[in-house]
Write a new protein. Structure first.
Lengths: 110, 110
DNA sequence: CAGAATCCAGGCCGATACTG
DNA sequence: CAGTATCGGCCTGGATTCTG
């Protein structure tokens, strides 16, 4: 278990969710993977503001937290496919709600 | 509109929600305020790992984003009451889902 | 193609002390 | 009571370059 998550546990389950999912682009990546599995480069194009390092880090953490599955195809050129675990798929309702709320927030933009 | 939110808008509504709600303790504060209005000190006791500076910052941002209402009572000793706006109350389903998901995450702790 | 390596900046959050 | 002031650390995220 990662340290920030440990801390969050002391306070509230809500905070656990935030510290697991709150990283930059994480939930957007999950949203993409809910559609279908993606390759690394595809995800990069879906989230154009994230560079490769950030992308890799977030995906690794999602993998470590049991949300994302990383499958390596041993071939040249290399191919890696990212997909969701069951726990990852359980985020579907949450992602839908956040998408809706975020859109409404922008809509009602001050 | 705050800068990180502007950036998030370029990518996905989900990312907007994350950048508005993802700060430390923010959603936990909203969860408390969904129960009833709280005074500053009360919130501090509900979120014991946040110090006064952090608490103030998060509450100010939530206020700026139209989620929290800050009401000052001109009296001695001072009294400030925090409550939710309509937009804040619209977070109820989201908070409930995240609470549930966070609890399940801890339950299934690796 | 899918990253790893390196370096760097900013801000995000925290501890502590002080104030009207 | 409800903050502000000051200082600082560190972690997050980013730009760029390099590699099997």
């Amino acid at each position: 278990m990662r340290l920030p998550v440990e801390r969050a546990m002391q306070v509230c389950p809500v905070e656990v969710a935030v510290s697991v999912l709150g990283g930059a682009w994480k939930l957007t990546l999950v949203k993409c993977l809910l559609e279908r599995p993606h390759r690394f480069g595809e995800l990069g194009r879906r989230v154009p503001l994230a560079n490769t390092k950030t992308l890799t880090r977030q995906l690794r953490e999602l993998e470590q937290d049991g949300i994302v599955l990383r499958k390596v195809f041993e071939q040249v050129p290399p191919k890696v496919e990212y997909s969701l675990t069951e726990r990852g798929r359980s985020l579907a309702p949450l992602v839908a709600l956040m998408n809706e709320w975020g859109a409404a927030f922008v809509e009602t933009a001050q």
